[in-house]
Design a binder for this molecule. Structure first.
Ligand code: PHE
Length: 340
């Protein structure tokens, strides 16, 4: 009996367990209801009484040896990553989704590219601005309603009162302060306004503003540049029209409409049957703005324009609710397939 116990013990020790199948074979052979150890326990009754106790203990130790080996390998194998031998290549693959560019990023890149082609260089600046760059240098009179708490998020930053920029014209002030003409720059970026969030308004949105300053820059240059932009963005048939407007930093100022590309200017519910859609504001840089930034307004003139990227995206992709842009709904985002 002792010899049999020693034999089984050495078989347990040398038994190779490399995967779950071998573990199961081990379990059946040593711990199952018909196992070698069970058989030995059955034979215990044939052992002479005086040896029963010690052999019984040896048998028990043998069972514990098998149980411990089983437990150790079970733990190891179940936590082990699958090896190439155990991968089932016939299983259906798990699908993974490819991301896409955000529509605002797509349209921002397209606007930048269009202006890059005619020599405009991107400039960027801070989103937290001081009063000077966001308002004063842009000829905003102190009592101008745009400074009102209604429109602007003011923040305390140390001693100084700062604000979240309400437009990227602030970046252009920084460019003018640091560079003499000729200046030809566009400033894409996020801007903030204190507005209730709805389908048509949001507390933040994105702009691209442009600035061109040189000798003899005229309103005709502005108009032609904007017509070029409209055709590049909305197709060769696009037309523009300018309506007189007011901005503190430009004089004269205009708002620009583009012919509705959805109904070919025939009139639809998007253009409210007018055939025209407003896309941007523009004008000739006010001499006060040039002087405030240290540019001689007798020698130089310039034009500026600013557009909302959301608005252009809305027209290009027919998105009718501004909130969709920041809700991160994958069903919305995945419609904009990557361009690579
Ligand atoms: N800064 C203006 C805005 O945010 C847009 C604009 C830029 C208008 C340049 C005229 C000239 O609404």
């Amino acid at each position: 009996m002792r010899d049999k116990i020693a034999d089984v013990s050495s078989i347990i020790t040398s038994f190779q367990i490399k995967d779950l199948n071998q573990l199961e074979t081990f379990r059946i052979q040593f711990l199952g209801s018909k196992s070698d150890i069970k058989t030995l326990f059955g034979e215990l009754k044939t052992v002479p009484n005086e040896e029963k106790k010690s052999i019984g203990k040896e048998l028990n130790d043998l069972r514990i040896q098998a149980e411990e080996k089983f437990a150790t390998y079970k733990d190891q194998l179940e936590s082990k990553p699958e090896t190439s031998e155990s991968i089932d290549f016939s299983k259906t693959g798990e699908s993974f989704s490819v991301g896409s560019h955000h529509p605002i990023s797509l349209v921002r890149s397209e606007i930048i590219e269009i202006f890059n082609r005619i020599g405009f260089i991107v400039s960027e600046g801070p989103e937290i601005e001081d009063d000077w760059h966001n308002f004063s240098a842009l000829n905003f009179p102190p009592e101008h309603p745009a400074r009102d708490m209604q429109d602007t998020f003011f923040i305390e930053k140390g001693e100084k009162e700062m604000a979240l920029r309400t437009h990227t014209s602030s970046v252009q002030v920084r460019v003018m302060e640091n560079q003499q003409p000729p200046i030809r720059t566009i400033s894409p970026g996020r801007v903030y306004r204190n507005e209730a969030i709805s389908a048509r308004a949001h507390c933040f949105f994105h702009q691209v503003e442009g600035l061109y300053i040189d000798k003899n820059v005229s309103f005709a240059d502005l108009k032609q540049t904007l017509l070029y932009f409209a055709k590049e963005m909305f197709g060769d048939k696009a037309q523009i029209r300018l309506r007189p407007s007011y901005f503190p930093f430009t004089e004269p100022s205009a708002e620009v409409d583009v012919s509705c590309s959805i109904c070919n200017a025939k009139g639809c519910n998007v253009c409210k049957n007018t055939g025209w859609l407003e896309i941007l504001g523009c004008g000739m840089v006010d001499p006060n703005v040039l002087e405030a930034a240290g540019i001689d307004s007798k020698t130089y003139t310039g034009y500026a324009f600013g557009m909302g990227i959301e608005r252009i995206t809305q027209l290009k992709y027919k998105v009718n609710d501004l909130r969709l842009y920041s809700e991160n709904d994958v069903r919305f985002l995945k419609q904009f397939t990557p361009s690579f």
